[in-house]
Design a protein around this ligand. Structure first.
Ligand SMILES: Cc1ncc(COP(=O)(O)O)c(C=O)c1O
Length: 347
């Protein structure tokens, strides 16, 4: 039970906190990785921690179907589909965006998991938000008309209840850092819908943990003032969860320097960061979230924002399926084909 809310426990917790010797040596820091990509269901990822709490809420309301939103390649959607499959619920993901031309990456996994994907195409002047709202309403109505009880999960599962999964992760990580004698650790995590960051932030402050959380915005939607945005989200969570303390906007450390002005956009430097992690530590990042966050970490080391000898915990939040979507796979093929040697048959 966290802040009065229960969960349905279905994860492999605690996830490992591993030291990365080769990268630590290269970078001159003590680098650790929190393996939240290894959470179990549906190839894993950070959303499952939120979904433990959200599933409890859904079950309390008698839900027979889960409905959520995201981009066509949403990791959160894929993990909602996984939870729905495991717990015998129907599931629909509503996404405004074009079909990528093939059934691959998360879209393929959604369908393997038996989830319906409602891909809404742009329509005249209507905003994406309006199109999404309309499609969600239609989906909820369709479920109700057939006698189901649909439960709506917002973008990224980042409702005040969803973020409690990362409050719990803050407790887990604090204990692991203490056991491993990691001094003054700084945690680096990707920020999308911001639930992971906010859950970690609130958890750390609420239990008096020495961890410092740095968020790396992977989308330009935190522009222009990431701190003001975080503060307003914090206030919303506080009003719902009713903990007694508060902070000013300066307390939030969310960087807007590493999103390349987009979301899920292919970026050469990010792919290079991903290859670097893979070739040093055999850990596969993703090009949308953790690749951008890891590039940010490397840049912060280069600029002295992370100093030599510092202890850093990088959160691997999952998302690796994205490397198989054409937007990322095609540039990777161009960069990596030189190492595939195709031997012709002997004449
Ligand atoms: C792999 C991965 N990492 C990080 C995030 C960011 O989490 P949040 O949306 O809670 O900020 C997401 C969100 O979809 C994700 O899929």
């Amino acid at each position: 039970m966290i802040l009065g809310h229960e969960k349905v426990p279905f994860l492999h917790l605690p996830t490992p906190l591993d030291y990365l010797p080769a990268l630590s040596k290269d970078l001159g820091i003590n680098l650790y990785v929190k393996r939240d990509d290894m959470t179990g269901l549906g190839t894993g990822g950070n959303k499952l921690r939120k979904l433990e709490y959200l599933l409890h809420e859904a079950q309390e309301k008698g839900a027979t179907a889960l409905v959520t939103v995201g981009g066509p390649q949403t990791n959160h959607g894929r993990l909602t589909a996984a939870v729905a499959a495991k717990f015998g619920l129907k599931c629909t993901i509503v996404a405004v965006g074009a079909y990528p031309g093939e059934l691959s990456a998360n879209l393929l996994l959604d369908r393997i998991l038996g989830c319906e994907v409602y891909l809404v195409q742009k329509d005249g002047d209507a905003s994406d938000a309006k199109l999404e709202e309309r499609a969600v309403r239609e989906t909820m109505d369709k479920y109700r008309a057939q006698g189901d009880v649909p439960f709506f999960i917002p973008l990224g599962g980042s409702s005040p209840v969803g973020i409690l999964g990362y409050y719990e992760c803050a407790q887990e990580l604090t204990m692991q850092a203490d056991e491993q004698n990691i001094r003054q650790p700084r945690v680096i995590a990707a920020v999308g819908s911001e639930g992971m960051y906010m859950g970690l932030f609130i958890g750390v402050k609420d239990i008096g943990s020495p961890l410092h959380i740095t968020g790396i915005a992977i989308t330009n939607s935190h522009m222009p003032d990431a701190q003001a945005r975080a503060k307003s989200y914090f206030d919303e969570c506080r009003a719902y969860l009713q903990f007694p303390w508060t902070v000013g906007k300066d307390a939030f450390d969310v960087r807007n320097d590493y999103h390349w002005n987009g979301y899920n956009n292919p970026v050469k430097q990010v792919r290079e960061a991903l290859y670097y992690m893979a070739r040093k530590e055999a850990i596969i990042l993703d090009p949308c979230y953790t690749g951008k966050a890891f590039y940010g970490l490397l840049d912060m080391v280069k600029k002295g924002d992370i100093r030599q000898g510092d202890s850093v915990i990088f959160v691997h939040s999952g998302g690796t399926a994205a490397i198989n979507g054409p937007i990322h796979r095609i540039p990777m093929e161009q960069e990596l084909m030189d190492g595939v040697i195709i031997k012709k048959p002997e004449a």
